[in-house]
Write a protein that binds this ligand. Structure first.
Ligand code: UDP
Length: 263
């Protein structure tokens, strides 16, 4: 699949056109950002790992009937996806209180929530992705009532599926963010709602069940060190790459090497 011109560049990914107007290429960068872009760094190998982890998760979700944009992996950093018109909303699910929930409402860190809490944020970097209500979504036409009804059900189902997937490998799914878009379905000749973007340690909080060690982007946000090792641990436990795999690639003239250690 030939890469066309750049359509969009975000903080962690780039989207390229292809010859097919309904398909685009999603490229995972090594850039990490936090606190509304105030903190920035390159985490070598992050893009490669997120490409694989997101592929694994979206493929598994598709097998459970969750329609999504993923088509196939093209190389270490790129995947072919369906082009989707993204709703300007971040859908956040929380199982355990941490992050902005504890800061905003004073809920003690680590409180296990009685049932999953669904939050909506308006996707707008300049406004720092503010928390919004469903009425904001309907008032400003960011999605319809029917669309949100469908997305809410799918989102809670994704939470169940992912919680189970991670529990099986000794990881607690603390919270996560997902995005949806509308993509063209050739068969029905209609647009349909699909899960889009990525699901990876950049967008989830993942804690080891026994030790509560953080295996996600909080290692970067909170300067805990060993960021890539956390992501690698998730990939290793998911069985995505054989143990002792060495990924070596030439990246902007530099060689990046990720070594998977044997337990
Ligand atoms: N999240 C994300 N992108 C965002 C904001 C949040 O992927 O722009 C994820 C984050 O990784 C966490 C969940 O959404 O898994 C809830 O994040 P929170 O609102 O606590 O954000 P914080 O301000 O603490 O990053």
């Amino acid at each position: 699949m030939n890469k066309g011109s750049k359509l969009y560049e975000g903080k962690a990914k780039i989207i390229y056109e292809t010859k097919d107007k309904d398909l685009v290429i999603q490229h995972f960068k090594d850039d990490a950002t936090a606190f509304n872009n105030l903190k920035k760094a390159k985490v070598e190998g992050k893009g490669v790992l997120n490409n694989r982890i997101s592929e694994y998760i979206l493929t598994n979700l598709a097998q459970c009937g969750i329609k999504n944009h993923f088509i196939k992996r093209l190389n270490m950093r790129e995947q072919l996806i369906r082009k989707a018109e993204i709703f300007p909303i971040e859908f956040i699910v929380r199982n355990i209180a941490t992050g902005s929930l504890t800061k905003r409402l004073g809920i003690p860190e680590g409180t296990v929530l009685e049932k999953p809490l669904l939050e909506y944020c308006y996707k707008n970097d300049e406004l720092q992705d503010p928390l919004i209500s469903k009425d904001h979504i309907f008032s400003f036409g960011w999605a319809s009532k029917k669309e949100i009804e469908e997305i809410d059900i799918t989102t809670l189902r994704i939470n169940d599926l992912l919680s189970g997937m991670f529990r099986g490998i000794g990881i607690k799914l603390v919270d996560f963010k997902i995005e949806y878009g509308k993509a063209w379905n050739k068969d029905s000749e209609k647009k349909e709602i699909v899960l889009a973007d990525e699901i990876s340690p950049d967008t989830c909080r993942l804690w080891d069940i026994k030790t509560e060690k953080k295996l996600d982007k909080d290692r970067f946000r909170r300067d805990l060190g060993n960021v890539i090792q956390g992501y690698q641990e998730v990939a290793r436990r998911l069985g995505i790459m054989p143990e002792e795999t060495n990924i070596s690639e030439v990246n902007f003239g530099k060689t990046t090497s990720i070594k998977f250690k044997k337990k």
